[in-house]
Design a protein around this ligand. Structure first.
Ligand code: 6PG
Length: 488
């Protein structure tokens, strides 16, 4: 591979341009270059571009560009420009600058964590100018960006024809299949990335609860729990997040000699994608209870005044710690697996609902396929999700698919024991318990919603449907009259 930076104002030689060279942008640019593509690189301050070229210029062929004009001149037509800048106003500013100077047929790709409604708006505006706009969710963090992320590009199918092969090449591969596929029109790529992040939040919350149960329920140390997670990672729970949980728990703090996790402040931050997932789920009416609990658990951890004001509040009489540590550990593993299945079931329901709402035609099985590698939620059991949707593309919930139905059946007794033990010990487990309640609610034949309807009709004449009448037929009881029923 010929090396390093070509001077500016050459003829167009680059197949792809990357603007925004913070860690993710630099690593994606290097990934393209390592795959033999000539990559035009641009950053608002040239210092970052030069730092990238100084450190990694020998990894492939880069074209250094100081201005957007130089950057665009360096690109073969139709131009493909990947924007890797902060979501929100900075992304809009770069899009505007590029769109001014680009030509019909050129493609702008937003690889940041943009809000999907922004992507819908931008795609429309860019399309009206004769250009293509691709909102691409990219997952995998710094390491994934360099060595193979999972890529979720939305936007016009036509632009995928020219862009897809490049993205597929630099993405992670599982069993020879790229972790990248065209998701659907306009905001679909960023929508599914948003839900991916929501599931990521839920996964991490459940892992955190499992850790706390082993720590406070069994009195295990961080390195001991690291061993448990490492063991779990060899079975059904095999996943990136479980693998790195073992790594983080095993880390010793150089300063104190304690486990690092014991010296990290217990207040979780968030950039917002989990919150967006829940907001969107509320609008779509999809119960993503696991994701919501995870977002609220982060908010609770950061509710410092409330936490300070409640130190020492009564716990009531607590139960005794489990006596069979091995059994309890296995119960926690099963509860984690079952709760995780619920989180994915909910996330996929949100994707189905979003796809229907916006007419995106997203194929859930394709998503499961491209999440098997590269992304943060990559896990062995995504193969099972892929199989489930391939067997039944209209699957109403993963919980009804034969494999998951049996997996939860095998876990259910453990799951209930964990929830009741945690409650008896006063250990908060919002993720485990809400997932179990969701599961129980789904399988309950008669929900108390009938009473809710009765109450709504009583105070607001909101009407109800009857179990013995045609669906859609509405009835009202004359509550303040003779209490007879009328058809509404
Ligand atoms: C990924 C990650 C990545 C990042 C999120 C989460 O898929 O590579 O999801 O996008 O880790 O921004 O960040 P917060 O936890 O701060 O919301």
């Amino acid at each position: 591979m010929s090396s390093s930076s070509t001077p500016s104002n050459t003829t167009a030689t680059a197949q792809i341009g990357v603007t925004g060279l913070a860690v993710m942008g630099s690593n994606i640019a290097r990934n393209f270059a390592r795959h033999g593509y000539t990559v035009a690189v641009h950053n608002r301050s040239i210092a970052k571009t030069d730092a990238l070229l100084a450190e990694h210029g020998s990894e492939g062929t880069f074209v250094r560009s100081e201005t957007i004009a130089e950057f665009l001149d360096a690109l073969e037509k139709p131009r493909r420009v990947l924007i890797m800048v902060k979501a929100g106003a900075p992304t809009d500013a770069v899009i505007d600058e590029l769109a001014e100077a680009m030509e019909p047929g050129d493609i702008i790709i937003d690889g940041g964590n943009s809000l999907y409604t922004d992507t819908i708006r931008r795609e429309k505006a860019i399309r009206e100018r004769g250009l293509h706009f691709v909102g691409a969710g990219i997952s995998g963090g710094e390491e994934g960006a360099l060595n193979g992320p999972s890529i979720m590009p939305g936007g016009p199918a036509e632009s995928y024809k020219s862009l897809g092969p490049l993205l597929e090449e630099i993405s992670a591969h599982v069993d020879g299949v790229p972790c990248c596929t065209h998701i659907g029109p306009d905001g679909s790529g960023h929508f599914v990335k948003m839900v991916h992040n929501g599931i990521e939040y839920s996964d991490m919350q459940l892992i955190g609860e499992a850790y706390q149960l082993l720590r406070d329920g069994l009195g295990k140390s961080a390195p001991e729990i690291a061993d448990v997670f490492a063991e779990w990672n060899t079975g059904d729970l095999d996943s990136y997040l479980v693998e790195i949980t073992a790594e983080v728990l095993r880390q010793t703090d150089a300063k104190t000699g304690k486990p690092l996790v014991d010296v990290i402040v217990d207040e979780a931050e968030q950039k917002g994608t989990g919150r967006w997932t829940v907001k969107s789920a509320l609008d779509l009416g999809v119960p993503v209870t696991g994701i919501a609990e995870a977002v609220f658990a982060r908010a609770l951890s950061g509710s410092v005044p409330q936490r300070k004001a409640t130190v020492g509040l009564a716990s009531g009489e607590l139960g005794t710690a489990p006596t069979d540590a091995a059994q309890f550990t296995e119960d926690v593993r099963q509860a984690l697996y079952a709760s995780k299945i619920v989180a994915y079931a909910q996330g996929f329901n949100q994707i189905q609902a979003g796809s229907a709402e916006y007419d995106w035609n997203v194929t859930p099985g394709d998503l499961a396929t491209i999440w098997r590698g590269g992304c943060i939620i990559r896990a062995k059991f995504l193969n099972r999700i892929k199989d489930a949707f391939e067997a039944d593309p209209g699957l109403p919930t993963l919980l009804a698919a034969p494999y998951f139905r049996s997996a939860v059946e095998a876990a259910i007794d453990s799951w209930r024991r964990v929830v009741s033990t945690a409650t008896a010990l006063g250990i908060p487990i919002p993720g485990f318990s809400s997932a179990l309640s969701y599961y129980d609610a789904l399988r309950t034949e008669r929900l108390p919603a009938a009473l809710t309807q009765g109450l709504r009709d009583y105070f607001g004449a909101h009407t109800y449907e009857r179990t013995d009448a045609e669906p859609g037929q509405k009835f009202h009881t004359l509550w303040s009259g003779d209490r007879s029923e009328v058809q509404a």
